[in-house]
Design a protein around this ligand. Structure first.
Ligand code: G6P
Length: 372
């Protein structure tokens, strides 16, 4: 009913709007004022964190994209090798795991069968398993050694939105906790990022306040047949997630690419008028990656692409090459997915609605897939 949807036309719109609260709830009680973290409720013995020598993330769909972002955060802050694998592939090869491996299973529902099977396989091999889950007492957390709950509240819309943001928060918490408990060469950065995390609900809210132009772009592109997404570093999984949202909701061909791969194939797809969403890395402190992505943006623009550029506020360098510009707040590089994905969710949702689709119940999809 309309009341359940809190005045929104779709649960998905309500859930997108709830993201600042969902992020705040997932951080609650876990950030210390002194820049330290508390993850006491995970049930994971702190000795496990000291003993492990590698991490393997398993997940499906949007949760897999959260896992890809976890890899960047864990390897950078905690200095631990981290692999990420689609849960459905994991047990059909010969994954190398032992007692020193920590498997992180990310699942909103905690019931996805592919992920559950991967968890069971990992435990049979002696690995310890930490679940990141949004559903209290679900099967995956029950079958894991430990659980870190996201606190997005129930998500009704089939396509993940607020649960995805809280999965990102959870993987950042784990990465930062690993860094703090095991030691890190980035101690000052880790402490600073812990403080920045506390600001993220406000930054996500600020993005949501500026979405009217994004909705206008979506309506403008309602008849497009393909949209490409480009990103690099943590912007690459953001590009994949932006494309997945568009497939799920708008039933449209959409693909995300690592921008560095453009020259190895995808650039052949660029033709006049093709919409390409480019997720720019932070401009403040202007990284090498920013220059590289800017070069990609120039290349595709020169070939006639219609560019929609998601870039940090004040990023003047992109302006001449952006047919449409979507500014997002400045945040630390690894946290950028928390603000960069929001416009892409809004874009996919609005575009799908413009095409007459039911965004809460997209065709052929289930909220939680309990078959293999
Ligand atoms: C289904 C949903 C996706 C979701 C995936 C994983 O395919 O349609 O939105 O990302 O399952 O779900 P989980 O509950 O394991 O996070």
């Amino acid at each position: 009913s309309a009341a359940e949807k809190g005045g929104y036309d779709y649960f998905m719109l309500k859930e997108i709007a709830e993201q600042p609260d969902a992020v705040a709830a997932t951080l609650l009680g876990r950030l210390g004022r002194d820049g330290t973290l508390t993850l006491d409720e995970t049930r994971l013995d702190s000795r496990v964190f000291a003993e492990i020598d590698k991490i393997v993330v398993v997940a499906c769909g949007s949760a897999y994209h959260a896992g890809l972002i976890a890899k960047y955060a864990i390897e950078h802050w905690a200095g631990l090798p981290c692999e990420v694998e689609l849960a459905s592939e994991f047990r059909y090869r010969d994954p190398i795991l032992d007692r020193q491996s920590l498997v992180i299973a990310i699942s909103q529902s905690g019931e996805t069968l592919d992920t559950l099977m991967a968890v069971q396989h990992a435990r049979e091999m002696g690995a310890r398993v930490l679940a990141i889950c949004n559903t209290l007492g679900a099967t995956i957390p029950r079958e894991s050694d430990a659980v870190l709950y996201t606190r997005a509240g129930p998500e009704i819309g089939v396509a993940a939105t607020k649960t995805f943001l809280t999965q990102l928060v959870a993987v950042f918490l784990v990465a930062l906790y690993l860094a703090q408990s095991r030691g890190t060469k980035y101690g000052d950065e880790v402490a600073a990022v812990v403080r920045e995390l506390a600001l993220m609900p406000g930054k996500v809210a600020a993005v949501l306040d500026t979405m009217d132009p994004v909705r206008a772009i979506a309506r403008e592109l309602a008849d497009a047949s393909t949209v490409l997404f480009l990103g690099r570093h943590v912007g690459y999984p953001v590009a994949l997630e932006g494309a997945l949202k568009l497939k799920e909701l708008a039933y449209m061909h959409a693909e995300g690419f690592a921008a560095g791969e453009l020259k190895h194939g995808p650039i052949a797809l660029i033709e006049k008028g093709l919409p390409v969403v480019v997720v720019m890395p932070p401009y403040v402190g202007r990284s090498v990656l920013h220059d590289k992505l800017l070069a990609n943006l120039q290349e595709i623009r020169a070939r006639g692409a219609f560019t929609i550029v998601v870039a940090e506020e004040g990023d003047e360098a992109v302006v001449p090459y952006a047919d449409r510009l979507v500014p997002i707040p400045a945040v630390p590089t690894l946290l950028q997915p928390l603000v960069a994905i929001v416009p892409l969710q809004v874009f996919a949702c609005e575009l799908a609605v413009a095409r007459g689709n039911d965004v809460d119940r997209p065709r052929n999809l289930a909220k939680s897939v309990t078959v293999e």
